[in-house]
Design a protein around this ligand. Structure first.
Ligand code: NAD
Length: 485
């Protein structure tokens, strides 16, 4: 065991204006690793949502007025504290999410401290421009923070996806109210405490807990200036409507995906490729927005490749997130596992063949879903249409380049895609033709660098997180004119 879950003592409070306060309505938080109650967490009342936004509103001007280099320094201190508390943060994360402890230590915590340093360094590097005007005037642009940013994040990578929002928003001089998922609230609270310890002023980084209703109250608050969201496409649409109705606030949305792994006959090293494709749908048990959930494979190698993928899938080990042998974590809750199961069953009823897996697995009190491969579906099958958010790979075969690209392009989603071929021209032509915010060539998965913007086409989102665009969206620009007499 990496840690004893009974020895973890998670913080359950909200952080508003630098103060720890108890939320009002108590709701249970469960551990998916053993279907057990961890502890109840108080959700924010409407009055507490208001207090958090008002605290941010009050703190925002002072934070924005700080010398940018000072903001960068405070964020670097915050990053150092995150690294220093890596094990504690990883325990809080693994206790209630599906994130395996060793992965959180090796990756998630480093991403959080890394984005704080990366975006902190943007604070004093965004210049305005002097625009070309006649000699009797001077016009220049300056960039200003929005003010109060509402950040709402999901449960699948709680710390990472929250940090993609709060780090650039803070670096740009905004105050933040973060509402993490009600399923995974603990790490966010601790991060806000570390921000205070680093010297970030009270009210600049607030955390409130609650479900969609609390998120909705936050989005609708009249003193929120900008809304940044990661979650499902359905919730994203509701948030966009709510933000429009309550002041035409700007929004950025990171939403669902149904990523294709487009594999041509000439793809190199089938063993390596099979391992990559298996990982692309089983990492975090498929609870990944950029999961490679559709294998679109040229007919000539389909049988050989799928056999190798099935072999890799058979070797995976289910276990609690704190179990040292596990590489297949549990599914987050009963509702999600029932949904995965119902889509697989519906797909089979439509005529899909189960190549491997296809069933839920009870193991030491937790619920897992077997790594699954389905084949023989029509393009409009439910397993192709829907984001399943579980370890279910839907296989489709094609003959020509055009047919492959047409299958790779999803009717609704366009978050990420992979193309596998040894022909650089074919790779590039496919990358150009695929409607997706990210295309990996002979690769799958995000690297731990922060420079590439990430965000979807179509129903997969609006705007980008990470990279320069992931910082600049937290600023608005103003043109200032000076008449020269
Ligand atoms: P979700 O949409 O159910 O919830 C996400 C967050 O929104 C939670 O904090 C929730 O409490 C809140 N929320 C729900 N309804 C709300 C409302 N009406 N107003 C304001 N807030 C509301 O998503 P989830 O189940 O937590 O996460 C899984 C989804 O997130 C998947 O679709 C996945 O693809 C997507 N996701 C996308 C990315 C990306 O970067 N594109 C990354 C991770 C996850």
């Amino acid at each position: 065991m990496y840690f004893d879950p009974d020895q973890v003592n998670p913080p359950t409070h909200l952080i508003i204006g630098g103060e720890r306060c108890a939320g009002v309505t108590l709701n249970d938080v469960h551990s998916p690793s053993r279907h057990a109650l961890v502890r109840p967490v108080g959700w924010a009342s409407d009055a507490q949502v208001d207090q958090a936004v008002q605290a941010a509103r009050l703190a925002a001007p002072g934070w924005a007025a700080l010398a940018p280099r000072e903001r960068a320094g405070l964020l670097a201190r915050f990053a150092d504290l995150v690294d220093a508390h890596a094990e504690e943060l990883a325990r809080l994360e693994s206790l209630v999410s599906a994130r395996i402890y060793s992965e959180v230590i090796a990756r998630d915590v480093k991403v959080v401290s890394g984005v704080l340093r990366y975006f902190g360094e943007f604070a004093d590097k965004i210049d305005g421009a002097v625009t070309p005007t006649p000699r009797n005037s001077l016009s220049f642009t300056v960039h200003e923070p929005h003010g109060v940013v509402a950040a709402i994040s999901p449960w699948n990578f709680p710390m990472i996806l929250s940090s993609w929002k709060f780090a650039p928003a803070l670096a740009a001089g905004n105050a933040v109210v973060l509402k993490p998922s009600e399923l995974t609230p603990f790490s966010a609270t601790r991060l806000a405490e570390l921000a205070l310890e680093a010297g970030i002023p009270a009210g600049v980084f607030n955390v409130i807990h609650g479900d969609g209703a609390v998120g909705d109250a936050l989005v609708r608050h009249r003193s929120v200036d900008y809304v940044t969201f990661t979650g499902s496409s359905a919730t994203g649409a509701r948030i966009m409507a709510a933000a429009a109705e309550t002041g035409l606030k700007q929004v950025s949305l990171e939403l669902g995906g149904k990523g294709p792994q487009l594999v041509f006959d000439d793809a190199a090293d089938l063993d390596r490729l099979a391992a990559m494709i298996a990982r692309g749908i089983t990492y975090n048990s498929g609870q990944v927005c950029f999961a490679g959930s559709r294998l679109v494979v040229q007919r000539g190698i389909a049988a050989r490749l799928t056999a190798k993928i099935a072999e890799t899938m058979h070797g995976l080990q289910f276990g609690e997130t704190w179990n040292t042998a596990a590489n297949m974590p549990p599914i987050i809750n009963e509702r999600q596992i029932a949904r995965i199961d119902s889509i697989v069953q519906a797909s089979v009823a439509e005529g899909a063949k189960v190549v491997c897996g296809g069933e839920r697995i009870a193991h030491d009190g937790a619920s897992f879903f077997a790594p699954t491969m389905l084949s023989g579906m029509a393009p409009d099958s439910i397993a192709i249409r829907e984001e399943i958010f579980g370890p279910v790979l839907a296989v489709q075969e094609f003959d020509s380049f055009e047919e492959g690209v047409a299958l790779a392009n999803h009717a609704e989603y366009g978050l990420t895609a992979s193309v596998h071929t040894r022909d650089i021209n074919q790779a590039f032509k496919a990358a150009q033709a695929i409607e997706s915010g990210t295309v990996w060539i002979n690769d799958w998965g995000r690297r731990t660098d922060f420079t590439a913007p990430f965000g979807g086409y179509k129903r997969s989102g609006l705007g980008k997180d990470m990279g320069r665009p992931g910082f600049e969206k937290y600023l608005k620009s103003k043109a200032i004119w000076l008449e020269i007499e």
